[in-house]
Ligand binder design. Structure first.
Ligand SMILES: NC(=O)c1ccc[n+]([C@@H]2O[C@H](COP(=O)([O-])OP(=O)(O)OC[C@H]3O[C@@H](n4cnc5c(N)ncnc54)[C@H](OP(=O)(O)O)[C@@H]3O)[C@@H](O)[C@H]2O)c1
Length: 283
């Protein structure tokens, strides 16, 4: 299995087309230490499979997801891993962003973050203040790239206008066969501006898996037929559809080895335009 790497925005750098999400690894909004060994092994296995882009956040597991990522990556060379984390919306004041980033770096046991997102926009704290802090982190070498998550094109445009020495490179947004809202706004904006779209919940948090148990449903049947045609699984067809455009990559979360292998195998090949269109029309 060979992972496919895609250009990140206009950076000239390539990152894995399928990465690893870590929401619910190490707890929900507070830490859960009961599955630490399994989690660390899963993250390491994902990296071995080429899913070297690890997506985490200070909020996940109340910080514990970042700690687990830090433990897991110890056995790899730091520059072979691409770590993305996010600052929570209550920490968007200038000094709070700087402090939140320091805490995340400590938990991950690293001196820099590859990509640092604003997790959600705030309607209380001015975006100009937060972006100033993001640019400070960039200039200080604490973060290599800036990303925005759950932002509308108008908010993205405003955020970018506050940066003078760098630009936003990636926009994280929910995108799957079940949630295609961003096709109408964020995706066209990102394509026009050469920003990478990082699709979260690309498996619709299990909804797809539940539907795959209804093989008689027309749209499920289509995924199954295409799986047969490409010698892939229906999950791989659904993920390949999500990342069909070069500027879109995905970060499914998985703990089980079999899931990790299946997800890694969703890249490195491509649905034909006809089949891509057929899925788009049917779903
Ligand atoms: N920016 C944001 O606001 C935001 C919001 C939500 C998510 N995210 C990010 O996006 C990541 C992914 O989204 P998500 O965790 O919400 O949902 P998801 O990736 O759509 O779905 C995760 C679920 O699918 C299962 N799964 C994974 N691969 C599978 C496979 N091949 N076959 C069957 N089941 C499979 C996982 O099971 P197992 O774990 O048992 O393997 C898990 O229960 C998150 O972890 C997080 O990093 C970001």
């Amino acid at each position: 299995m060979v992972m496919e790497y895609r250009l990140l925005g206009r950076t000239g750098e390539k990152i894995a087309a399928i990465g690893l999400g870590t929401w619910l690894i190490g707890g929900g909004s507070s830490p859960d230490y009961s599955m630490d060994m399994e989690a660390i092994e899963a993250i390491r296995y994902a990296i071995e499979l080429g899913m070297t882009h690890i997506d985490t956040a200070e909020m996940y597991g109340g910080g514990h997801a970042e700690e687990l990522v830090g433990e897991a990556i110890k056995s790899f060379k730091r520059d072979e891993i691409f770590i993305a984390s996010k600052v929570w919306h209550t920490n968007l004041r200038y000094d709070d962003v700087l402090r939140a980033c320091e805490r995340s770096l400590r938990r991950i046991q690293t001196s820099y973050m590859d990509l640092y997102y604003i997790h959600w926009p705030s309607d209380v704290i001015p975006l100009s203040e937060t972006m100033k802090a993001m640019e400070r982190l960039y200039k200080d070498g604490k973060i290599r790239y800036i990303g925005l998550s759950n932002f509308s094109p108008t908010q993205i445009e405003e955020a970018r206008s506050y940066l003078s020495t760098t630009d936003v490179v990636a926009i994280q947004a929910e995108y799957s066969l079940y949630n295609r809202k961003i096709e109408g706004d964020v995706i066209p904006y990102c394509f026009r501006n050469n920003l990478t779209v990082v699709a979260y919940s690309p498996l619709a948090r299990g909804a797809l898996l539940a539907d795959l148990r209804k093989p008689m449903e027309r749209r499920v049947k289509l995924l199954m037929e295409l799986a047969e045609k490409y010698s892939k699984t229906p999950v791989q067809i659904a993920l390949n559809w999500v990342i069909w455009h070069d500027q879109v990559i995905a970060i499914p979360k998985a703990l089980q080895r079999q899931h990790l292998e299946e997800n890694a195998g969703a890249a490195g090949w491509k649905l034909t335009k006809e089949d891509y269109d057929l899925i788009s029309k049917t779903w």
